[in-house]
Unconditional design. Sequence first.
Length: 292
Amino acid sequence: MNWDDVRIFLAVYRAGTLRGAADHLKIDQTTVGRRLTALEQQLGSTLFLRTRSGWVLTAGGQGIVATAEEIERLAVRFERRSAGEDGRIEGEVHVTTTDALAMDFVVPAIERAQQRYPGIRVNLTTTTRLLDLGRREADIAIRTLRPEQPDLIVRKLATWEVGLFATQTYLDAYGEPDRHSGFAGQRIALYREGITQHQSDRLAGELRHHGQVVAELDSSLMLTTFIRAGLALGELPAYLPQKYPELIRLWPERARAKPYEVWLVMHQDLAHTARVKAVMETLAETFSDLKL
């Protein structure tokens, strides 16, 4: 069996459509359909049913998913082990992070890395989804949650308090919140449900049940932008006034119970790949430059 055919089978299974699989694999949709048909003919079994909701596995398709994923793991491991011996500081490094960390740290780190190592090309993905390093969806991840997988190298880059922030424009319009008032008369910006595990019914330890939630945002960058615009107050990492001086920390002696942590994550098989190591060290250096 051709490994490329297994990749196509898994891509259609995960995407649910030929177009989605083609976009993921960066090939045309016709090729996906043709290779999938060839695989079904080779196996003598129909692997998918085409329904209104997408391509759904048949019983035969379900029976080979685990085997296909095992082939994928072995192929990716082979690729990583081969890359791990590459001593050249050139080529592509895929980095994934959130949009806010990309703006404040990762893009400056990429600029620094490319000045030092002109042969490196960085492929940057900004998403709240945790890409699978085991499947080589990325080489380096900058995350705000510490992963637990045993085959990953994990390095803490930063820890900051999460405090309550607003701007002078906001304070001129709505005043500073009174303690123990439940944020009565205040406008609050929050993360949309499911974006973070740390959001609660409190802001900087204060119940917010009397405040008006005027926005629910789906990323750190959008939350920061909304608060910087003077449209609401909300919780943000304490490093941000160094980047955006218009942000004013309210009640500076109070913070969210859980701090804001940043972790650098990579697969152990890539630890000695020169280009990945160079980008990793530059990222760590860029974070260490910002001290509170």
